[in-house]
Write a protein that binds this ligand. Structure first.
Ligand code: SF4
Length: 192
């Protein structure tokens, strides 16, 4: 039987990864990369990273933690930090995470990358594709353009999260998104 092609999958959290890794493991030899310098506070970062083995181990998937340069995400995001979720702030954030994923894949000799980001209906698919393609091109690898929320992917990820007892937070990861979630909680009729 021919060897399955290798893929490096950027994982934003165990909950989103639960479905995506399982879905890809049938077609690819998957390695997962947890590179999310956007996640704050540090206790939340540790919580999300700490849950990753629960989804990787049963599938025999190797998990790599990306190196976070202190302050680098904040410096990059600073000019757009005030803009709402789904806009330029997220574009810069996607770019940073997908750039590192593509560079890591090139270092590891893996020709294909993907990201779990698209399983969430809160993420902007055209922006993910744009940044995934560009990051892959810069590093000389390819981006798998698969919108994982399609064919019930988001619902399945919610189901898997419940089965595995994973945390499902109501904010994306960064402090501005935490602040936006706090405002939503205090004013339930506010959008986004
Ligand atoms: S809302 Fe999410 S994707 Fe957007 S900047 Fe914050 S952490 Fe990044």
């Amino acid at each position: 039987m021919p060897a399955r092609p290798r893929i490096l999958v950027h994982a934003c959290c165990a909950s989103c990864a639960s479905y995506v890794l399982e879905h890809l493991a049938g077609r690819f030899d998957v390695t997962a990369l947890f590179y999310n310098p956007n996640i704050q506070p540090e206790s939340e970062y540790r919580l999300r990273l700490g849950e990753m083995p629960a989804v990787c181990r049963p599938l025999g998937i190797e998990l790599i933690e990306g190196h976070r340069e202190p302050g680098a995400w904040e410096a990059l995001i600073a000019p757009v930090a005030h803009l709402p979720e789904g806009g330029e702030r997220c574009r810069v954030c996607y770019r940073m995470r997908l750039d590192e994923t593509a560079r890591a894949a090139a270092r590891l000799g893996i020709a294909l990358i993907a990201t779990t980001l698209s399983v969430s209906p809160h993420k902007v698919w055209p922006m993910i594709v744009e940044q995934g393609r560009a990051a892959a091109a810069r590093a000389g690898v390819e981006f798998l353009e698969e919108d994982f929320k399609k064919r019930g992917g988001f619902g399945i990820s919610c189901e898997r999260s419940r089965e595995l007892g994973l945390t499902r937070q109501d904010y994306c990861g960064c402090l501005p998104s935490l602040e936006e979630a706090r405002r939503r909680r205090s004013s339930p009729h506010q959008k986004g």
